[in-house]
Ligand binder design. Structure first.
Ligand SMILES: [Mn+2]
Length: 357
């Protein structure tokens, strides 16, 4: 296991690399370069400068998140071929700088979504929060406004220029079915996987967050049977998963440790986001501290499954709460994620040592 930490780049992330380096057991990053507009080829100079900066801080960067898939690819428009060509060029550029895994998603229109970014807990901490009933009373425009107003940082998946065309994009999906979306997904994978195999990059799809459709638009990556179909679209180790315990775990019917175990044993998990979630009702949850007893997921069982089934996966703690007066990007503070990282490493060390006795 390689334990990593998400970092948005020195211009957009308030957390200095040095602080990440100071977290015991953090060896590298899952990098993000959200400022590059979706669909464009990532310039070599930008990748070089990001990677050089990370290396200079004594950290590795072998995983990049947020190489986003253009909506035209998901919609199957004629322009998709051009965007797929650009995506391949980006993969070639990333490979030149040592990137081995690319985390992405295939969620139409909305990336992750919460009804509150700064939900206040009784102990004064704040966390991300989701209540489907509240969402039912909101239009897509309402949720975009609430989300953008709730953050003083640019949010991946909520780029203002993309959100400005929300009505048009949503209208384009009215006739889309799950099978249709999956066929467009197959076309995308068939277009990029040969490049991945040639340059040594594994694609790792992040599940839908939360794990159900939103505003009547299909979503095809939120349960075990979905993941099974996705790994079957192109049978290659380069077509892999980034299993996110909190995203899949938002639906209590998902057996998260079992998913880690079953896909890990088949060599189809390249990366993992590990965090806890607390159920408050049907499609109603809040994000918890990483500790098992703070939420409803068994973090020991998850780390045990990673240890046994996909020990070579890149892992990172996922969203954290805001604690100790920290202010920063919702879900991506330093303190609580650092606590999560150290806790996950502690579980992993205990599991490894128990086994070697
Ligand atoms: Mn995640």
């Amino acid at each position: 296991m390689k334990m990593t930490f998400r970092w948005y780049g020195s211009q957009y992330d308030p957390i200095p690399l040095q602080y990440i380096k100071q977290i015991p057991g953090a060896t590298g990053l899952m990098g993000a370069m959200d400022w590059i507009p979706v669909g464009q080829v990532w310039p070599q100079e930008e990748i070089r400068s990001y990677v050089d900066e990370v290396h200079a801080a004594g950290l590795e960067v072998e995983v990049i998140e947020s190489v986003n898939v253009h909506e035209d690819i998901k919609l199957g428009k004629p322009s998709r071929d051009e965007y797929i060509k650009n995506y391949c060029a980006t993969l070639e550029n990333l490979a030149q700088f040592g990137i081995k895994v690319v985390v992405y998603n295939f969620m139409p229109v909305f990336d992750w979504l919460r009804t509150e970014l700064n939900h206040v807990n009784p102990d004064g901490s704040t966390c991300l929060y989701y209540d489907h009933e509240k969402l039912a009373g909101m239009t897509p425009q309402d949720i975009v406004k609430a989300t953008l107003d709730g953050s003083s940082f640019p949010l991946p998946g909520w780029e203002p220029d993309r959100m400005a065309h929300l009505d048009e994009v949503m209208a384009e999906y009215t006739a889309m079915t799950e099978d249709g979306l999956r066929e467009n997904y197959r076309y995308f994978l068939e277009g990029i996987i040969p490049t991945c195999e040639r340059v040594g990059i594994r694609m790792a799809v992040h599940p839908d967050d939360p794990a159900w459709p939103l505003f009547g638009i299909p979503r095809i990556c939120n349960k075990e049977s979905d993941l099974e179909k996705i790994v079957g679209l192109v049978d290659s180790a380069a077509n892999s998963l980034c299993v996110c315990s909190g995203s899949l775990g938002s639906n209590p019917e998902n057996d998260v440790p079992g998913i880690f175990r079953r896909f890990g044993e088949r060599g189809r998990i390249a990366a993992a986001h590990v965090r806890n979630v607390r159920y408050l009702g049907d499609k109603h949850f809040q994000e918890a501290a990483h500790l098992s007893s703070d939420g409803n997921l068994d973090m020991h069982a998850i780390m045990r499954a990673i240890h046994d089934a996909c020990p070579n996966a890149y892992v990172r703690p996922d969203h954290g709460r805001m604690i100790w007066g920290e202010s920063g990007r919702a879900g991506y503070p330093l303190y609580d994620r650092a606590l999560g990282l150290v806790y996950l490493n502690g579980l992993y060390e205990a599991i490894s040592k128990e086994d070697s006795r």
